[in-house]
Design a protein around this ligand. Structure first.
Ligand SMILES: Cc1ncc(COP(=O)(O)O)c(C=O)c1O
Length: 381
């Protein structure tokens, strides 16, 4: 037997309380019991997204479903949007926008750069009839955290322009103040900070985004927000929901409320810092820039002379610790340690210990135990 540890930025480990809730016998979704579950999920998600003003809609889909829903519900063909990206997932929003015939202005950055809010301000000033700005808060492919608060302050001045934020690995890991920051649509997926298996997505819809919905003419059916809003008023869903996942979500939200969202975020910040300090103490170089490091995932350069893919496979096969490799141009060149959702101090210690062992085996020279020691200092501090 080999004990397994899942340390990727999604899917993430599911707590036993949530697993057990999902294992309950199936119930019918048009029943008072399930209505109560929908109500609990909707209220709990509002708490997690830190919103009173927005509705929170839930879909039986992966996170990309929520992303697609944002496009088809906010825009008309030919609408101007500004898409900012500094990684793989922001690029997906660009592809989605183009797939639906939007006129896209792309602000693209290197994977080690943050989106510059001033560029958005300039692009909006140059095209004030822009209908949407789209930003990824926590770019999972690069670990970069973009300043959506600053972007919110800019977009707020344009009453016809909605701000759409992919916070799929942000929610539950970093601060995301939907109302306070003026974020119109914020999206997440279940397999991340919500500590569930994949298969559910959620997004917030602000009053401004509902106005965009009313004028939007892009074709929509399954993801038509209006259907979800109407059903939500009766504590139900327009289509057969992912019943077990939603029962699990109610449980996961209870756990988050018990800890308190501010404490959940503070825990992630500490674990991220411990991981970073641990890696630096091993002589490894962090990938994301100091001004934009998120709490969900720590990407690290594979040291010179080490085979990055072998490092990831050694961790998994020999030590039972699954981390993520790099994507696209960074495949084999970086590795990414996830510390998102149901994670605690000792998960970070485990992953650093396994990393040390795997690096040693692959011939990397460093002071054994240095990573753990540095991480412990953060965890105890
Ligand atoms: C930032 C970000 N956006 C979008 C997605 C896509 O979500 P999904 O794979 O659930 O469709 C992911 C998934 O990892 C992500 O991390």
């Amino acid at each position: 037997m080999q004990k397994k540890y899942l340390m990727t930025p999604g899917p993430t480990t599911v707590p036993s309380e949530v697993l057990l809730a999902q294992a309950r016998p199936m119930i019918h979704h048009r029943t008072p019991d399930f209505n109560a579950c929908v109500r609990e999920c909707a209220e709990g998600l509002k708490y997690v997204f830190q919103t009173e003003l927005s509705d929170v809609l839930m879909f039986a889909s992966s996170g990309t479903g929520a992303m697609e829903s944002a496009i088809v519900n906010c825009f008309c063909p030919g609408d101007k949007v500004i898409v900012c990206y500094n990684g793989k997932f922001g690029q997906r929003m660009e592809s989605l926008s183009k797939a639906y015939g939007l006129e896209v202005t792309t602000l693209s950055y290197g994977w080690q750069q943050c989106v510059d809010p001033q560029d958005i301000a300039d692009a909006l000033a140059a095209a004030p009839d822009t209908r949407g700005v789209i930003v990824t808060q926590s770019e999972t492919s690069s670990g970069v955290l973009n300043d959506v608060e600053a972007v919110g302050a800019i977009v707020r001045a344009y009453p016809e322009c909605v701000l759409i934020v992919d916070s799929i690995t942000g929610i539950g890991a970093v601060e995301c103040k939907t109302d306070e920051w003026g974020l119109d649509v914020v999206m997440t997926g279940s397999q991340k900070g919500l500590m569930l298996p994949p298969g559910l997505a959620a997004c917030t819809v602000s009053p401004k985004a509902w106005k965009a919905y009313e004028r939007s003419t892009l074709p929509k059916f399954y993801f038509d927000w209006g259907k979800y809003r109407k059903s939500l008023k009766d504590d139900t869903t327009p289509f057969t929901p992912a019943v077990s996942l939603m029962i699990g979500l109610a449980e996961a939200l209870r756990l988050i409320r018990e800890e308190g969202i501010e404490n959940v975020i503070a825990r992630h910040a500490k674990l991220a810092e411990a991981t970073r300090q641990g890696c630096v103490a091993l002589g490894l170089e962090l990938f994301a820039p100091p001004e934009g490091r998120g709490n969900a995932v720590t990407p690290v350069w594979v040291p010179e002379g080490i085979d990055g893919k072998k490092l990831v496979s050694t961790l998994k096969n020999k030590y039972g610790v699954t981390i993520a490799g790099g994507q696209d141009d960074y495949a084999g060149r970086i590795f990414r340690v996830g510390h998102l959702g149901y994670v605690g101090d000792f998960d970070v210690i485990v992953v650093l210990a396994a990393l040390e062992m795997a690096l040693k085996e692959l011939g990397y020279v460093f002071e054994a135990g240095a990573g753990i020691k540095a991480a412990e200092a953060v965890l105890m501090g």
